[in-house]
Design a protein around this ligand. Structure first.
Ligand SMILES: Nc1ncnc2c1ncn2[C@@H]1O[C@H](COP(=O)(O)OP(=O)(O)OP(=O)(O)O)[C@@H](O)[C@H]1O
Ligand SMILES: [Mg+2]
Length: 586
């Protein structure tokens, strides 16, 4: 019950945020609609008995009431239906914003690795209208009880035995709630399949996949996979619906028999002269109403069950996001000691294999640190931990001696900057796509241009140019998108940690070298005394050699570390690979 109230409360708040006074008007309309059927039935009795007795005043009042009720019905529907639609639409958008905010408020990206998280989000996204539905449901509940109470009092007047009629509706409620649970179960079980079909649709229809779909002739394969998962989803849903329909049919049969029995009862009384013809008309009309109310109530139960299932996913998301709060400490304004990894090991959530083993190293304040290692050696993973996107499975990372886990992750992330291997392509204007790297200065053209220059951009478009063909904007080359990502990483003026995880793979070695040279100079000059650390990952030794400290990763371990000279003198993996690359370029 408490959960139901919470859901109705959530829906109400959302609806009022979205609709304001309109919600009051909708409530008034549904109440007046609620009284209308009973008033109609009563009017019918007045007309019948009045006409048969030749009492034209009574009949006239009956006809007047009927006409008035028709007017009330049309105007109440006419007003409330469009209002409900607009309020629901707006509330659905507000709700989606809440979900977006909640998801992005989670400091780590770990939830994105969890299929159950993705499944719940998919259901939330595709049912965003339901929560406000909870309010409409609650409103119809209230109006429903008002209407049903008035109908029952009329029934009692015709024959008290008819009051038993609603009892025959109970199996209908029970089966309807069961049917909804069946359906919700099916939706939950097919969420993954439905995500798959969304993904496959995107694969077939977005330009990002277009080239490879054609070159590798994947069209039929993608379409048939889409067909298979959709069929699977449909089969599951259809089976649930079928079982639900069978249950409902049985329950309805019972209720309809009771209904027919009730009418026969009143008709028999009229034959015996114990009731007027008007009473029979009233009984038929009201018993019809009861049928309407029962099926209405069944609909309400169904909707409420649906909404509850949906809302429980939302409540889950709220709690999940809340549970992911991290420490509260403030990161230092400047680094004095540096960042230390102390026996850090890591496995990705939901996987068995450890991908980082027992890393211990100090990244001194003010240093440029290079990371090299084979594909899959754990370079990016180590960086994700430093960025607070994941927490170590064991061991700890300290920032000037303070455990990263004790720092407020959002604030820590605000003091970082970077460009990444799997960078994002923001299809905004050129200026915004770079400017979002420091939102406060997003509109400062000077800052954006400086960042582009530092990133060695070759793009000649104006900053106001819209990007992305889907928006009728300009398309960039792969390397140019990468330049934007690097420029975005250059927007924050004094980050404590600047990370460059192979954002330059599209550049030739000389250009990459020059770019890193510029960074190093810029960070040295701009952050004099702030102790900022620059981390750069590259497969090119010609670039990495300029770093103050080089970490050599191999299969999740740091196997060598030191300066370029030290590592050469060591004569290990680094020296060997450096020689190999140097020879290739000679
Ligand atoms: N999200 C993830 N979930 C599970 N395992 C992952 C995930 N991302 C990476 N891995 C695994 O972690 C290991 C290290 O990957 P990582 O991306 O850190 O390598 P890398 O050194 O950056 O390689 P590259 O040079 O190719 O970028 C790999 O074995 C990879 O399969
Ligand atoms: Mg990587």
């Amino acid at each position: 019950m408490a959960e139901r109230l919470q859901v109705v409360w959530l829906g109400t708040r959302l609806a009022i945020r979205a609709g304001g006074w309109r919600v009051g008007v909708i409530a008034l309309c549904s109440l007046s609609l609620a009284l209308q059927p009973s008033a109609n039935a009563l009017a019918l009795k007045l007309v019948t008995d009045g006409a048969l007795a030749g009492d034209w005043t009574r009949a006239g009042i009956g006809v007047g009431t009927l006409a008035a009720m028709i007017a009330v019905m049309f105007s109440a529907y006419g007003i409330s239906v469009p209002l409900q639609t607009t309020v629901s639409e707006r509330a659905a958008r507000l709700f989606e914003q809440d979900v977006m905010r909640l998801v992005t408020s989670i400091p780590t990206v770990e939830p994105h690795e969890r299929p159950d998280f993705a499944d719940r989000l998919e259901v939330l996204r595709s049912n965003s209208r339901l929560l406000v539905g909870a309010l409409w449901t609650a409103l119809s509940n209230v109006s429903f009880f008002v209407g049903a109470a008035s109908a029952l009092s009329l029934l009692a007047g015709a024959d008290p035995a008819l009051l038993l009629l609603p009892l025959f509706g109970i199996p209908l409620f029970v089966t309807s709630a069961r049917a909804e649970r069946l359906r919700d179960g099916a939706i939950g079980r097919t969420a993954e399949a439905s995500r798959t079909s969304t993904h496959l649709f995107r694969v077939a229809t977005t330009p990002q996949f277009g080239k490879e779909i054609r070159i590798f002739r994947l069209r039929d394969e993608i379409v048939s996979r889409f067909h298979r998962v959709s069929e699977e989803t449909n089969r599951e849903l259809f089976a649930a619906d079928l079982r639900a329909a069978l249950l409902a049919a049985g329950a309805w049969l019972l209720f309809t028999s009771a209904w027919a029995g009730g009418i026969v009862l009143v008709a028999a009384r009229a034959v015996r002269g114990e009731a007027t013809p008007g009473d029979v008309v009233l009984a038929i009309a009201v018993a019809g109403l009861v049928q309407g109310y029962v099926s209405g109530a069944v609909g309400l139960v169904r909707e409420l069950t649906q909404t509850l299932a949906m809302a429980s996913r939302y409540v889950w998301l709220v709690e999940f996001a809340r549970g992911k709060r991290t420490g509260t400490g403030t990161p230092p304004a400047r680094l004095t000691r540096g960042i230390e990894l102390d026996r850090v090991s890591f496995r990705y959530p939901g996987t068995d294999d450890e991908v980082l083993h027992d890393l211990s190293v100090r990244l001194p304040a003010g240093a440029t640190v290079g990371i090299v290692g084979d594909n899959g050696a754990g370079k990016t993973t180590a960086i994700k931990l430093l960025l607070g996107l994941y927490q170590p499975s064991s061991g700890r990372i300290t920032v000037d001696g303070v455990d990263l886990a004790d720092l407020d992750t959002h604030r820590w992330q605000r003091s970082l900057a970077g460009a990444f291997q799997d960078f994002a392509r923001f299809e905004f204007t050129l200026g915004e796509s770079v400017g979002v790297g420091d939102l406060d200065r997003c509109d400062e053209d000077g800052a954006v241009r400086a960042a582009l220059t530092r990133a060695g951009s070759t793009i000649t478009l104006p900053l106001s140019e819209q990007l992305g063909r889907a928006w009728d904007g300009a398309e960039l080359s792969g390397g140019q998108w990468q330049q934007l990502a690097v420029a975005r990483g250059m927007m924050r003026e004094q980050p404590l940690l600047l990370v460059l995880d192979e954002p330059t793979a599209s550049l030739d070695p000389d250009a990459e070298h020059a770019l890193f040279e510029r960074f190093r100079e810029a960070t040295r000059r701009g952050t004099e005394g702030s102790g900022a650390i620059t981390l750069l990952v590259s497969h090119r030794f010609s670039t990495v050699r300029m770093a103050d400290l080089i970490l050599v990763f191999d299969q999740g371990r740091i196997v060598e570390h030191g300066s370029h000279q030290e590592l050469l003198a060591l004569g290990g993996v680094y020296a060997e690979l450096f020689e190999l690359q140097a020879r290739a370029y000679r």
